[in-house]
Design a protein around this ligand. Structure first.
Ligand code: GLN
Length: 338
């Protein structure tokens, strides 16, 4: 117990003196070393271009409130963001039309199903939540209707602002998924038939496949996560990227739905809002504190990075980050009471 308090105080110490990151760097390096040899899991080969990725890359990055990034391993290697994009296009839609209108497009209920399940909520005829493919394609359709031809450019601009650097997208991965993504195309038509959007299905899917092909690094994910943690303001550039209410809503849905059919286990073990992608990335958010980005492309059966999950769980344990860890929130206040 005492140990958790002192580990937690590491983050408190960094908050008061942003240059004191040495201890944190040591801790992150230890987590990296612990899992470096774990080569379990497989690449996502259902998108042919993803099967060509070097499988054993591994990087961890933490984005701190000062804007500093503490990183180790392949934290600057680029990979496609894939489903992590869903959390940020959802935040964009919330910013544009608010929570009530967004609920007419997509719900907020965990599905407990794999990410590519083809089904709608029987009561609403809308996707259950925006973190699975049905929901994310619905969000892409709505963004297309609202933003027109510029929709993808706006998505790329917003993601770049959240990451604090100009991002690009991988044309080959985009084309590879566009040419083989028949299941997502089926979802696109299902949503069109349900009048979730009236836009042409191919145009909606082009946006969805492109947003999934945006190239990021673990360090970018850490800064994007830190932007969310910092209530929508990028701690590096100080630019406000998202509003307060959209951030709150997106974090709530990431907490309950971000890890697909593994979401419940994740909530109990790690206790952080997070989003994974089949490119091998995981982004986790410690509300009002830090963003975590991990990249390791070998995936488990749910499509979540094996080493990404292990690293997040270990960091959460070592730093006392679980949202309901009795000893973490306002730790100095609690310490005074103990
Ligand atoms: N582009 C991928 C797909 O739609 C994203 C899936 C994921 O990252 N889980 O299948």
């Amino acid at each position: 117990m005492d140990e958790t308090i002192s580990r937690r105080s590491l983050l408190d110490a960094i908050a008061s003196d942003p240059s004191s990151t040495d201890e944190l760097e040591i801790l992150v390096k230890k987590v990296y070393a612990q899992y470096l040899g774990n080569l379990k899991g497989e690449l996502a080969d259902y998108i042919p271009e993803l099967a060509k990725v070097a499988p054993d890359q591994f990087g961890i990055a933490l984005g701190l409130p000062s804007g500093r990034v503490v990183s180790v391993g392949d934290a600057n290697a680029e990979f496609t963001i894939q489903s992590i994009s869903k959390a940020y296009t959802y935040t964009m839609l919330l910013d544009l039309i608010g929570a009530d209108e967004t609920l007419k497009v997509v719900g907020v209920q965990p599905s407990g199903d794999p990410f590519n399940t083809i089904s709608l909520d029987a009561r609403t005829n809308r996707p259950l939540n925006p973190m699975v493919n049905t929901g994310a394609i619905a969000v892409a359709g709505k963004l297309l209707e609202l933003l027109g031809k510029e929709a993808f450019d706006k998505i790329l601009d917003t993601f770049s602002q959240a990451a604090g650097r100009r991002l690009s997208f991988d044309q080959k991965v985009f084309e590879s998924e566009r040419d083989t993504g028949h299941r997502n195309r089926a979802i696109g038509h299902l949503l069109r038939a349900a009048h979730v959007y009236e836009a042409p299905v191919d145009d909606v899917l082009d946006i969805y496949f492109k947003q999934c092909s945006i190239l990021v690094t673990a360090a970018d994910l850490a800064v994007m996560g830190a932007t969310t943690a910092n209530l929508g303001v990028n701690p590096r550039t100080k630019q406000r990227v998202f509003g307060l209410d959209p951030v709150r809503q997106a974090l709530s849905v990431m907490f309950t739905c971000g890890m697909y059919d593994g979401a419940g286990d994740w909530a109990c073990k790690v206790g952080l809002p997070a989003k994974s992608g089949v490119g091998g990335g995981i982004l986790a958010v410690v509300n009002r504190q830090i963003g975590i980005g991990v990249f390791s492309p070998r995936l488990d059966a749910s499509g979540n990075s094996v080493r990404g999950q292990l690293s997040c769980a270990k960091l959460a344990e070592d730093l006392g980050l679980h949202a309901f860890d009795a000893l973490n929130h306002g730790s100095s206040f609690l310490r005074g009471l103990l």
